[in-house]
Design a protein around this ligand. Structure first.
Ligand code: SF4
Length: 379
């Protein structure tokens, strides 16, 4: 698998209540960020001379606050400093509150060929609870405008498991989403990340999280709903209209491919090393204007850590763990090591094996963390 290039855009119009991604709600340093990002491309590109990238992913933060002009400059600089294959998948994450129909065609002209729209819900009350800057009408308008602009790879994100959310409300979101026939849908469970406003409100007793059972039932509901619509549930949170519409970039994270992350807080990986940038825009700009790389730290993964990741990431995907590949990579007898654990979960209907692959069933996906922990126990 060719490496992927990730670009972190650390700006948002406003911070959402649940979000713990690194971003700031002050857009004044955007030009300084652009200069620093291009300087980082120049410096890291020199060390990645042999890397041929077939994906670029602009994530954040809210990459669409850059607008088409700056996005075009970022992509031109990427093409100048890295070897990007023709036909590369180039994804832009976009917030419906920052899109205009005119800008969507301009993003396409700038080279973006896949757009992922942060819809989250088609219910204004949910959007307001989450602290999103957009309303349901803007989300629907953005999806229609993306199609009109000629995007054939349109994805959307949804969030479920909000306090008080019921089965019927989630069903309405699923139906509204399917009505746009997107190529890709990500359904994320609402989480209460430490340091967010939402977590503080929960700790203070002002917000009551939905019970685990109800959240699990919503996961099963989404799985059944999209299966009926013939979507592939190819990763625990992700659905694609067909194999070609899976996120090529995100599959790199799940399949041990190398990736290079640029921008504040971005992570990079080339086996066995992982390194990441400071999650601090001022520091990022300062380091790069002084001619230094903004790397915060790095770690060298041990063989056991890499095997643990391979097992965990394999279980997240419907394709499961490729046993032959794992045995070759780690020079081990997979069935001898994991056989007893796997047989136990097969009996309970959480796992199945076929064609030398080991997968979780949709029921098993609900217990991913505990099943992965049991497998980790024998690494
Ligand atoms: S728009 Fe996205 S990155 Fe920005 S605060 Fe909201 S969830 Fe976080």
């Amino acid at each position: 698998m060719a490496p992927g290039l990730y670009i972190h855009v650390p700006f948002c119009v406003r911070k959402c209540r649940y979000c713990d991604f690194y971003s700031i709600a002050d857009l004044s340093a955007m030009e300084a960020y652009m200069a620093a990002l291009i300087a980082e491309m120049q410096m890291r590109g020199a060390g990645f001379k042999d890397g041929v990238f077939d994906t670029i992913y602009l994530g954040g933060g809210t990459p669409s606050v850059l607008g088409p002009g700056r996005t075009g400059r970022v992509l031109e600089a990427a093409a100048k400093h890295f070897h990007i294959l023709p036909g590369a998948e180039i994804t832009l994450e976009a917030n419906p509150g920052t899109l205009e129909s005119r800008s969507l065609a301009q993003y396409r002209s700038a080279g973006v060929n896949r757009i992922n729209i942060g819809v989250q819900s088609f219910d204004d009350a949910n959007l307001s609870f989450l602290g999103r800057i957009h309303c349901a009408r803007q989300a629907a308008d953005a999806l229609r405008a993306a199609e009109k602009a000629g995007f054939s790879d349109i994805g959307m994100d949804l969030i479920y498991g909000l306090p008080g959310q019921g089965r019927d409300a989630w069903q309405r979101d699923l139906e509204a989403a399917a009505g746009f026939c997107p190529a890709h849908i990500s359904c994320y469970m609402l989480t209460y990340e430490p340091g967010t406003r939402l977590a503080a409100e929960k700790d203070a007793g002002r917000t009551k999280a939905l019970s685990e059972d109800r959240v699990s039932a919503m996961f099963v509901q989404a799985h059944a709903f999209f299966a009926e619509k013939k979507y592939q549930h190819y990763e625990i949170s992700n659905f694609a209209a067909c194999r070609d519409k899976r996120s090529r970039h995100n599959q790199k994270y799940w399949n041990n491919a190398s990736y290079l992350g640029l921008g504040p807080s971005a992570h990079s990986y080339t086996e066995p090393e992982r390194f990441w940038n400071h999650a601090d825009l001022s520091r990022y700009i300062r380091d790069l204007s002084a001619g230094c790389l903004p790397t915060a730290a790095s770690e060298r993964l041990t063989g056991s850590q890499m095997m643990l990741e391979a097992v965990y990431l394999g279980l997240r995907q419907s394709d499961g763990i490729d046993v032959a590949m794992l045995e070759k990579r780690f020079n081990c007898d997979f069935w001898k090591r994991f056989g007893p654990v796997i047989r136990r979960f097969q009996k309970t209907g959480h796992m199945h094996t076929s064609h030398n692959r080991c997968r979780l069933t949709s029921r098993g996906m609900l217990f991913l963390d505990s099943i992965a922990a049991e497998m980790a126990g024998v690494i």
